[in-house]
Design a protein around this ligand. Structure first.
Ligand code: FES
Length: 275
């Protein structure tokens, strides 16, 4: 049996850990915007995680995990040398990377991790990449150096003003637009409330906005229907049709209701578990 060994572990913030994992077959094919589904052992649930980075030569995939429940807490306790039982991927449709002109890559909290390879690819494709990184507080703002290395400009916003400008991603966008930039496309990845707020705002501005949905997933192959997302009048499966969708068409209220389905079970498991 092939095990997927953790070759590097780095604590990025109090509850956020970066793992570089040996997964050569995934690393050979993965593209920005795609995700993997991981499982620690036979009893664990499957967790979808967007890929932060990949190294085809080393055959590794980098993921970033935030402790938000029992399973993610168990993962974050993994040390270098320990392994995942399953590491399935790459899954989902890659980001549509083209030369658009000026693009804004917004990462909120943990969403800074998946925005990283997208920003890098957009820059490699010739775009002027402006990144807006946001978090509640300065200590939760991850991957600043990495994002600076793949962006032409970086704007930082925090809810409490402990770093950068006090405000939200829309505040950062206002700053950019006030400088006279003509933004062609925005990628916004982060908590559902952040993506909803950004999409609502950019709709009024008429700027195309792509969001990456991270609903509950089970099989990741379009069979179980767990990852249903309403996009316009259509029902889409985030695992095979996404995870990226037009943010102006996503029904965020429904997506947020569905995401809260298993919260009680998660909390109960965490309360009883060893994690
Ligand atoms: Fe089952 Fe998408 S996770 S259909």
């Amino acid at each position: 049996m092939h095990l997927y060994q953790v070759v590097k572990r780095r604590q990025l913030a109090p509850a956020i850990v970066l793992f570089e994992v040996e997964a050569p077959r995934v690393a050979a094919k993965v593209k920005p915007g795609q995700f993997v589904i991981v499982r620690m052992d036979e009893k664990s649930e499957r967790i979808p995680l967007t890929v932060m980075d990949f190294n085809r030569e080393r055959g590794t995939i980098t993921i970033v995990v935030q402790d938000v429940g029992y399973s993610s807490c168990m993962i974050n306790n993994l040390q270098e040398g320990s392994s995942f039982l399953d590491f399935v991927g790459p899954l989902g449709v890659p980001s549509d990377i083209e030369n658009y002109g000026t693009v804004v890559c917004m990462g909120g909290g943990l969403g800074i991790a998946p925005i990283y390879p997208i920003a890098r690819a957009l820059r490699e494709a010739g775009n002027h990449v402006i990144s807006i990184l946001g978090a509640r507080t300065a200590d939760l703002l991850i991957l600043r150096e990495e994002m600076a290395a793949v962006s032409d400009e970086v704007v930082i916003v925090t809810d409490d003003g402990s770093l950068g400008t006090k405000g939200y991603h829309s505040t950062g966008l206002d700053q950019i637009l006030a400088q006279g930039h003509k933004v062609e496309v925005i990628w916004a990845i982060g908590p559902m409330v952040m993506m909803r707020a950004v999409a609502r705002y950019t709709k009024t501005l008429g700027i195309k906005t792509i969001v990456s949905m991270n609903p509950i997933m089970v099989d990741g192959t379009g069979m179980c229907g767990a990852c249903r997302v309403k996009v316009g009048e259509e029902t889409k499966f985030a695992c095979v049709d996404g995870p990226e969708f037009d943010g102006h068409l996503v029904d965020f209220e429904l997506a947020m209701q569905r995401l809260a389905f298993y919260k009680d079970e998660e909390n109960r498991a965490k309360a009883h578990g060893a994690c």
